[in-house]
Design a binder for this molecule. Structure first.
Ligand SMILES: NC(=O)c1ccc[n+]([C@@H]2O[C@H](COP(=O)([O-])OP(=O)(O)OC[C@H]3O[C@@H](n4cnc5c(N)ncnc54)[C@H](OP(=O)(O)O)[C@@H]3O)[C@@H](O)[C@H]2O)c1
Length: 231
């Protein structure tokens, strides 16, 4: 690589924990727990293997996740926990902030967000990434988020939902790997999809992946996929 080459973006993994029919929550939003304990333990290991994890603001509001890597034995390092929160809706009492002694947090928000109004903790464990909007949807620009992550030294990010944020990453062509945990239950078409709309008119435009492994984890299946380039 020459000195003038742009820095590489972080590798992006999309983690999905779904029903057999690809749903991540019931119609009312209940999502705990779709997959079993063995699958959840693997997710904690995957967190520890990534430099960062990311969720959308709606997942924080619905589930108040910690997103720490809780492994046995304890993880040697914790991922940076990023929330994609354009409008600054993450509550100051969110578990992300009350667990700063375990691992750091980055709030990726619009550059117009008034940090003084939010009541978020100002501590060395919290970074604020002030980003421009994506003209398509008014939320933070994922390409700018990639730049901030690269500047912060983040080499890999695992997307942990929900479907809206995941679809934005897929639409932007940023998802390199998929780790899919699939539980043997059906939630139906009124359950929440693991992926929002991709706006595809033609099959030929669909992003494609090759399966690299399938494992049984308790009652669930764990499939791994890697992005393929179309010929
Ligand atoms: N089963 C599971 O493993 C699992 C995992 C995660 C979530 N869930 C469930 O999924 C549901 C939440 O999913 P969701 O699809 O409604 O919401 P989501 O993807 O968690 O969050 C969507 C929000 O993220 C924000 N965002 C910021 N930048 C974005 C960007 N560039 N592109 C897209 N969104 C961006 C947007 O709000 P702002 O623009 O205001 O920031 C958007 O409305 C909950 O019911 C939760 O329980 C299940």
């Amino acid at each position: 690589m020459s000195a003038a080459s742009p820095p590489e973006r972080p590798k992006i993994t999309l983690k999905l924990a779904t029903s057999l029919d690809g749903r991540i929550a019931t119609k009312s939003g209940e999502s705990k727990w779709i997959t079993g304990e063995a699958a959840r333990m693997q997710v904690h290991r995957l967190r520890a293997e990534h430099a960062a994890v990311i969720v959308g603001s709606e997942t924080v509001l619905a589930d108040d996740p910690e997103l720490t890597a809780r492994t046995d034995p304890p993880a040697q390092s914790q991922p940076l926990r990023i929330v994609a929160d354009s409008r600054g809706r993450t509550p100051p009492a969110a578990k992300l902030f009350s667990t700063l002694e375990t691992g750091p947090v980055a709030v990726a928000t619009l550059e117009t967000t008034d940090l003084d109004q939010r009541g978020w903790p100002s501590s060395r464990g919290v970074q604020f990434w002030m980003l421009p909007a994506d003209p398509e949807n008014g939320s933070i620009s994922l390409l700018e988020l990639m730049h901030s992550a690269t500047r912060a030294g983040v080499a890999s990010i695992m997307i942990e939902g929900g479907g809206t944020l995941a679809a934005s990453f897929v639409r932007a062509g940023l998802v390199d790997r998929i780790e899919w945990f699939r539980a043997p239950i059906l939630l139906g078409g009124d359950g929440r999809p693991c992926l929002g709309g991709l706006g595809l008119a033609k099959l030929v435009d669909a992003p494609t992946y090759v399966r690299t492994s399938v494992r049984e984890v308790g009652p669930d299946l764990w499939e791994s996929y890697e992005r393929t380039e179309k010929a």
